[in-house]
Write a protein that binds this ligand. Structure first.
Ligand SMILES: Nc1nc2c(c(=O)[nH]1)N[C@H]1C(S)=C(S)[C@@H](COP(=O)(O)O)O[C@H]1N2
Ligand SMILES: [Mo]
Length: 406
């Protein structure tokens, strides 16, 4: 299989003479691969203070501008990701008023409201508290919105790219709330960012005391500015919008504050005309990333199908793959690690017979919830909204080996 940019390693002439192996690859000797120049005999480049990827690796985020400056998103190239961790440089970005440049020495976190002992913490003080590291995905509620609206994304980056997975390090919010002492009657926490829009969201106290992190680390180093440097909230498994970046204020309150992003946005218009509010959890979802839209199969033969499954409710327990237009399903292998509220990698062997067909994946999480078909989802939710769409994604394989979204 090759993507649009890469080239086949086997020349057509060589392919005619080769003896096919199980995978259908020709041997390197027969095709002249061994005759490639031995570059390693030259003296290499010097050491570097902060590393970069190889110059031949060109995968990039895709920038999607918003209506006004500073808004908009950039999408992760999921089709190029190896393993479950998204490189920090390729983590999707979604901001409502640009990326503020914050000096950590001047950044503080205020904890106040219905608490016994209000606190103002510096970054140095936060770094002295007990910390933990956990691998979690972040997915924007509007991921796959175009698929919901009947204009399916042409490739995994365009359809599912408001999704990334990192190892996050920080202080459990529970530790901070116990330090300040939550007063009786408190039921929500209002979290606010230090960016120009002061983006803020209400989070139920129960979730705040469960698995929410006040994070300063991402994949072994400080958060990237785009991900909220120097401090962000990380609300595992919930719509990305509540994971407030550039976190500067946590107010313990006794009701949701109906902020802009939980009243005007991030609600789901239902078929009866009413809006569903606080659809926090990102339900189980999966997508095949190879072979997928805009990729090209290199003729009939063996292909390893691979992709991601994830659930905001917990761990993925099963992924099934169909290679015959949804008629039959086979269990894929979860290649591990399989972690709750994290991207889970699956793979499934497939021998393409050269005929047109379509590929699908369907996941199940540890609550028993099964990812719905588009028809099942629309029957409950209708096609009016855009957020929180998690239906099965279909990739169509054409006779010429092109993989397409339609
Ligand atoms: N302060 C602040 N926090 C924010 C946002 C923002 O614009 N400002 N965007 C939210 C949205 S809509 C999403 S999906 C996630 C995206 O996180 P990321 O940019 O690290 O991928 O951050 C959320 N937190
Ligand atoms: Mo979002």
């Amino acid at each position: 299989m090759k993507t649009k940019k890469s080239h086949s390693i086997v020349s057509d002439a060589a392919r005619r003479f080769q003896r096919r192996s199980f995978l259908g690859f020709s041997s390197a000797v027969a095709t002249g691969l061994a005759a490639l120049p031995a570059k390693a005999r030259e003296l290499g480049t010097p050491r570097s203070a902060y590393g970069q990827r190889a110059a031949t690796e060109t995968s990039e985020r895709l920038f999607v501008p918003g209506a006004t400056p500073g808004t908009g998103a950039s999408r992760t190239p999921l089709q190029d990701q190896i393993g479950i961790i998204t490189p920090s440089s390729l983590h999707f970005e979604r901001h409502h008023s640009g990326v503020p440049q914050i000096a950590p020495a001047r950044h503080t976190l205020m904890l106040h409201g219905l608490v016994e002992r209000p606190l103002l913490l510096s970054m140095d003080q936060i770094r002295r508290l007990p910390s933990t590291s956990r691998i979690h995905f972040i997915e924007c509620a509007g991921n796959t919105a175009m698929d919901h609206m009947g204009q399916p994304g042409v490739n995994p980056q365009r359809s599912h790219g408001l999704l990334s997975c990192s190892e996050w390090t920080g202080v459990p919010l529970k530790v901070l709330l116990e330090e300040v002492g939550v007063k009786p009657g408190a039921s929500w926490v209002l979290a606010e960012g230090a960016d120009a829009s002061r983006l803020n969201r209400s989070i139920p106290l129960e979730k705040a005391m469960d698995d929410v992190l006040v994070a300063y680390g991402q994949n072994g180093e400080a958060l990237r500015p785009e991900q909220g440097y120097p401090l962000r909230l990380l609300v595992p498994g919930w719509e990305g919008n509540v994971s407030i970046k550039w976190l500067s204020r946590l107010e313990v309150v006794n009701q949701p504050y109906m902020t802009r992003d939980e009243a005007a946005y991030y609600t789901d218009l239902m078929p009866d005309g009413k809006a569903r509010r606080f659809s926090f959890v990102m339900e189980a979802k999966s997508v095949i990333t190879r072979p997928a839209g805009e990729q090209q199969l290199d003729g009939p033969g063996y292909y390893d199908i691979t992709g991601f499954a994830w659930s905001g409710r917990g761990a993925i327990t099963r992924v099934e793959v169909s290679t015959d237009d949804g008629k039959t399903w086979r269990d894929a292998e979860l290649t591990g690690p399989v972690l709750p509220k994290a991207l889970t990698r699956f793979r499934c062997p497939w021998r393409w017979d050269g005929k047109p067909t379509s590929l699908r994946s369907r996941c199940t999480d540890d609550t028993g919830y099964v990812q719905p078909t588009r028809e099942q989802l629309l029957a409950v939710r209708g096609a009016f909204g855009s957020d929180h769409y998690n239906a099965i994604k279909v990739w169509h394989v054409k006779a010429d080996g092109k993989v397409s979204h339609v």
